[in-house]
Design a protein around this ligand. Structure first.
Ligand SMILES: [Zn+2]
Length: 120
């Protein structure tokens, strides 16, 4: 896993996400694409969940012929391969960015519900 010195949060644990998502979070840009979870079964028998962008998820699911909402990779070598292509970022920056994203999604849901009510 490893430690990282974040300019904003100081010493933090690393969270591994897809390179595109990492770039957005590091630049504090609003995540304006869909995100998915990938579940990797690494050799110690532990499952590790990672947040990735939709393009990354699609690429991985094509490469390893996966499907389903939560992509699960059981093959240890394949899981390690995917793990190595992830980028480590500050876990606090990640959490903040995901909270911001959640608020945006809730806002969008409320907005579309309101629009639907207006239509009637
Ligand atoms: Zn940080």
């Amino acid at each position: 896993m490893g430690l990282f010195k974040c300019p904003k949060h100081g010493m933090q644990l690393l969270t591994f996400v897809s390179p595109k998502l990492a770039e957005y979070i590091q630049k504090s840009q609003t995540v304006d694409f869909n995100i998915k979870k990938i579940c990797l079964n690494l050799d110690d028998g532990k499952q590790s969940m990672h947040t990735v962008d939709e393009d990354f998820a699609e690429e991985v699911s094509k490469k390893y012929s996966l499907d389903g909402e939560t992509l699960k990779i059981n093959n240890v070598e394949a899981a390690f391969d995917v793990y190595c292509s992830l980028t480590g970022i500050c876990s606090s920056c990640f959490t903040e960015s995901m909270q911001k994203l959640k608020k945006i999604i809730i806002f969008q849901i409320l907005n579309s519900t309101w629009r639907k009510l207006d239509d009637k």
